[in-house]
Design a protein around this ligand. Structure first.
Ligand code: SF4
Length: 349
């Protein structure tokens, strides 16, 4: 179902807006210098929205100081006490995240009233850990809880809503988002909550979020990892780029290397990749390139030909391809200079 568009600070969620990548700071919000330090790293990593935990009035009041130091929209994460949402809105929060399972309706009503006055959206953020479980289906339970909350917001004439339904389980999360996607036109914030850390956490998030995005479901994503916010941002960007939905860096295709390889491909890839990413900071057009770095003649020429620029290994040499044409054959020692000459030419148009 086509989604409404909601504005969070200077970022749009839903409508025709690209899927945004967000994260959460991981230090006490009232420790402003530390929060700012994390937010600066999030900015550098390309994060687009930041959420901060609001546990007390000091945290809420810190939002006004934090906002002076960043252009990123700040979302206040509220549980239990509706007053903290009101203080956060007063302090300049660009959006409120509430968990309707742990805030009484009277408090939610007051949050809605103030959010409407200040024209900021509210995310109804359900987590499987804090809803009433019927013992039947987790996905149905969480969707029912969300629909009850949505009805309450709508009855209060408030429609500036984003929805999230997170569980730590991939299948249940996918099922829940598929169901809610059919039932409402509010933009959806995707995530697998409490995914953990390490390979399994990445796999869960990539699958859960990726499957939904492939089906056209989801308007903003947060990869929840027990790691730094920058790692979460990076993981989100990787998901979007892998699906061809957004481009954050050049697409570098390289072969896994096998016994046929007669060039030092791993070292060349490591060196070239580092240099390409550095150059892309100076010449952003490089981010749009597809670059192939391949080990031998089996798949090398094919991939290199299809890329904007590519090299395919042979016996201690590489063939260089630019826009589908061979431009030369060079020794392992020569290829770096020739390759980067061509990249520069392409970048300069
Ligand atoms: S391209 Fe060649 S070297 Fe690379 S994995 Fe394939 S067969 Fe092996």
């Amino acid at each position: 179902m086509k989604k409404r568009c909601v504005k969070v600070g200077n970022v749009f969620i839903g409508g025709e807006a690209p899927v945004s990548v967000q994260t959460m700071t991981k230090v006490s919000t009232s420790n402003v210098p530390l929060v700012i330090k994390q937010i600066k790293k999030i900015e550098q990593a390309g994060g687009e929205i930041v959420r901060v935990a609001v546990l007390d009035k000091n945290d809420a009041q810190a939002i006004s100081k934090i906002k002076k130091e960043t252009v990123l929209p700040i979302v206040a994460d509220i549980h239990y006490d509706h007053n903290l949402a009101l203080y956060s809105i007063e302090s300049g929060a660009d959006k409120i995240r509430v968990n309707p399972s742990n805030i009484p309706q009277k408090g939610l009503g007051l949050i809605i009233k103030m959010a409407r006055e200040k024209k900021i959206p509210v995310r109804i953020g359900l987590n499987s850990g804090s809803i009433k479980i019927t013992g039947k289906k987790l996905s149905t339970d969480i969707v029912n809880a969300a629909m009850d909350a949505i009805k309450f917001f709508e009855d209060n004439d408030f429609f500036d809503i984003v929805i999230s339904l997170k569980t730590p389980y991939v299948r249940e999360t996918i099922e829940a988002y598929r169901l809610i996607n059919e039932q409402c036109d509010y933009p959806l914030h995707l995530g697998i909550t409490e995914a953990g850390s390490g390979d399994l956490a990445f796999a869960k998030s990539i699958l859960g979020i990726g499957v939904l995005l492939l089906e056209g479901i989801g308007n903003t994503i947060r990869v929840s990892l027990t790691e730094t916010p920058e790692r979460e941002i990076r993981a989100g960007q990787v998901i979007l780029q892998s699906l061809g939905m957004r481009r954050f860096e050049p697409e570098i295709i390289s072969c896994p290397v096998c016994g046929r390889c007669q060039v030092p491909l791993k070292e060349i890839l490591r060196k070239f990749r580092k240099k390409i990413l550095l150059m892309a900071k100076r010449y952003p057009a490089i981010n749009n390139l597809t670059i192939a770095i391949m080990g031998c003649s089996v798949n090398g020429p094919g991939e290199a030909k299809q890329a904007d620029i590519g090299i395919a290994g042979g016996k201690d040499r590489f063939v260089l391809f630019v826009k589908g044409h061979i431009t030369g054959s060079y020794s392992v020692n020569e290829i770096e200079e020739k390759f980067f000459e061509k990249i520069k030419e392409i970048a300069n148009g």
